[in-house]
Ligand binder design. Structure first.
Ligand SMILES: Cc1cc2nc3c(=O)[nH]c(=O)nc-3n(C[C@H](O)[C@H](O)[C@H](O)COP(=O)(O)OP(=O)(O)OC[C@H]3O[C@@H](n4cnc5c(N)ncnc54)[C@H](O)[C@@H]3O)c2cc1C
Length: 444
């Protein structure tokens, strides 16, 4: 789960204000003509992207009683699948893709969801038409951008070598899984969730793992120092070597194979496989080309609508106007994709409510389950409940005396209680939070 950068938050808040204040009077000539195009009722809801958000929207529309046509555009050569296992169980398991598919093919038939294998290359808002790579096209009644995000690329000589890999898609995970069969020494660049999950999986297979992180501590942007410290010790205990506050200055190859990674202090880390996990960028280009405001995400309001009332955006690609946090946010998590899809399905079936779900997230690293409720980004005080030495604790983060977020390690009960507390905007006294005999549920 990552937040849009401060810079983008500032730029985007201008867009949201502009939309709220003056959208109607600023309709361009093109938009005026577009307003006059009649909607043909037999045209489908077209969902661009069959990831977590897109799949959930199609399923939720049917669950909400939507009877008309739904076209789910899938640009990957598999049935729609979930990504979380790709850096965890799928790498360890037997590699059967069926294990990650949301549903079998029959589900899409039974629920009349047209799964269109293609890539959308253009949106014509005037005629409400999506054009595909295959040269086919499809008119839409309502268009939903669920285009997700793609990996940020490492830019240096040899970064495109075959032994340098990224982990985002099922194809990526399958290729890495195959390479892990013979790998002896792996280097991971980036100690974020995906990089660390992969590192734990590789280390459990007995492979030597070096992790290089630019920030002074692991998962620095998204967890507290207590949680960083705990996971650092756990990964080191599992055999990983973590190089914090270091960057990679070169990648060396010889005889067609990766040889080593050179750090900015000159140290050489031997490697036969390099995994790059340095963040993602949202897929906004299609929306931008159609004239929809987008910076670090496609700009949507509290109802997940773009400036075009016939187009919405959800999931990793959406920069939404958050009432809860009083600023535009872009979140990258399954819970965000699923909650936004359900909220949009409700709007499209007439049950309009603003999107205001509490963000939450999980990451499984080795035998540890990390769960986060709320955002760990603006706090001054923390309180620890439980004992990191016993591998079971929660960190309560307070800002201005109010509970902002809770991180739980192997304490599912705390996480569930924290989600209810934060969702209800209820705080809990720090002394009580720290006291293990205090039942968090009674704070509600
Ligand atoms: C390895 C990995 C592990 C993760 N683990 C966790 C976890 O443990 N917990 C958690 O909460 N989150 C996790 N996440 C994040 C989570 O998977 C994402 O937040 C979620 O998938 C977002 O869903 P989405 O539908 O918005 O985007 P995506 O799942 O990325 O789907 C977008 C789809 O749209 C397609 N697309 C893009 N452009 C077009 C186009 N023009 N035409 C047609 N299709 C298009 C893309 O190819 C993609 O298939 C993980 C992610 C990865 C990669």
């Amino acid at each position: 789960m990552l937040l849009a950068s401060e810079k983008y938050l500032q730029i985007s808040s201008g867009f949201i204000a502009w939309r709220a204040g003056a959208a109607l009077v600023r309709l361009s000539e093109a938009e005026r003509k577009f307003e006059e195009v009649a909607v043909r009722t037999d045209e489908p809801v077209v969902i661009v992207g069959a990831g977590h958000a897109g799949f959930q929207l199609a399923a939720s529309l049917r669950q909400s009683g939507y009877e008309e046509r739904i076209a789910l555009i899938n640009n990957e050569p598999h049935l729609p699948y979930q990504r979380p296992p790709l850096s965890k169980g799928f790498l360890e398991g037997n590699g059967d893709p069926q294990a990650v598919f949301f549903r079998p093919e029959s589900f899409f038939r039974d629920y009349r969801i047209d799964l269109v294998e293609d890539h959308v290359v253009e949106i014509d808002r005037m005629t409400r038409k999506t054009s595909f790579q295959s040269t086919r096209s499809l008119n839409y009644r309502h268009l939903v951008m669920a285009t997700g995000a793609r990996n940020r690329l490492l830019r240096m000589p040899n970064a495109g070598h075959d032994d340098v890999r990224y982990l985002r898609s099922l194809a990526d995970s399958e290729a890495i899984r195959e390479r892990l069969e013979n790998a002896k020494q792996v280097v991971v660049i980036g100690a974020g969730f995906v990089g660390l999950e992969f590192a734990a999986t590789a280390a459990a297979k007995g492979i030597a793992v070096d992790i290089v992180e630019l920030a002074p501590r692991i998962m620095a942007r998204v967890v507290s120092p207590v949680v960083s410290g705990y996971f650092q010790a756990r990964h080191e205990g599992a055999g990983c070597c973590i190089h914090s506050a270091r960057s990679v200055s070169a990648i060396e190859t010889a005889n067609g194979r990766l040889q080593c990674v050179i750090l900015d202090d000159g140290r050489k880390l031997p490697a036969d496989l390099l995994i790059v996990g340095i963040g993602v960028v949202p897929n906004v280009e299609l929306a931008m080309a159609a004239g929809l405001p987008s910076q670090d995400g496609i700009v949507v309001d509290q109802h997940l609508a773009t400036v075009d009332p016939n187009i919405s955006a959800i999931g990793d690609c959406a920069l939404f106007s958050s009432h809860r946090y009083k600023s535009p946010l872009r979140l990258q998590s399954v819970s965000n994709a699923v909650d936004q899809a359900k909220c949009l399905a409700a709007r499209l079936t007439g049950k309009i409510r603003p999107f205001d779900s509490l963000p939450w997230f999980w990451s499984d690293q080795g035998n540890d389950k990390l769960q986060i409720a709320g955002l760990i980004d603006s706090y001054e005080d923390i309180v620890v409940r439980g004992d990191p030495d016993q591998n079971s604790f929660s960190v309560f983060c307070y800002g201005d005396g109010i509970l902002r977020g809770v991180e739980s390690v192997n304490r599912v009960g705390d996480h569930m209680a924290a989600r209810r507390l934060l969702a209800a905007c209820t705080t809990v006294d720090p002394d009580k939070a720290a006291n293990l005999s205090f039942d968090l549920k009674t704070a509600l």
